[in-house]
Design a protein around this ligand. Sequence first.
Ligand code: 13P
Length: 257
Amino acid sequence: MTQERRPIIAANWKMHKTHLEAIQAVQKLSYLLEKEDAERAEVVVCPPFTALRAVQTLIDADKLPYGLGAQNVHPEDHGAFTGEISAPMLAALKVRYVIVGHSERRQLFGEDDLFVNKKARAVFANGMTPIVCVGETLDEREAGGTESKVAQQIRRAFDNVAPEHAAKAVIAYEPIWAIGTGRNAEPADAGQVVALIRATLAERYDAALAQGVRVQYGGSVKPGNIRDFMAHPEIDGALVGGASLDAEEFALIVKYR
Ligand code: 13P
């Protein structure tokens, strides 16, 4: 972790918590975290859509130093897309980050690289920051295909993304086999893939831009392993699923030292 890249630790609650439970969780988090914790690392909570407004109101009213994130977005600004939520709708809720290309969306909802790219561009166009998720399956890893898979996902996600936007992106390296399995990647292995992500960005843009982009690790991050990930110079934070549902566990992750 270099001086210039501020760590970013994000809670991806996935399809968990009603808006009432979300309020409780953020309130609890605010009691557990010190001001300095949220200064050292940027803390982001990504509740389901139905809780965004409630959490935004709480963050505003109590002036909590947390970023609000959404878990998904539709690429179009508006239109006949029943059940979808657009980037302007999220921006109006003061959403700062939007997760795009999560492997669950790719695997369970058939989202491909082109759709992920359109989503990322819509997020940038509306003044927000995508958290672009990439990662390989176990089969791809065992066949030695991790690097080509991840590099391709990065190249496609950033297709037609202007450098001034790309420079602000957050990327999450989430090996699919580590998500929700309790089996985390080795920090050194994850760091190597993160270095490859930066090399791919350096090829597409330039080395300075690549050095400035924050890259998180995601996949079975817990209070017991966060320190090892944060100690790796390439890794700038974490995208946390299961362990973020409990405010106490998530607070321990944010306080990782
Ligand atoms: P877990 O932390 O539950 O493995 O989930 C990781 C993840 O998918 C975060 O987006």
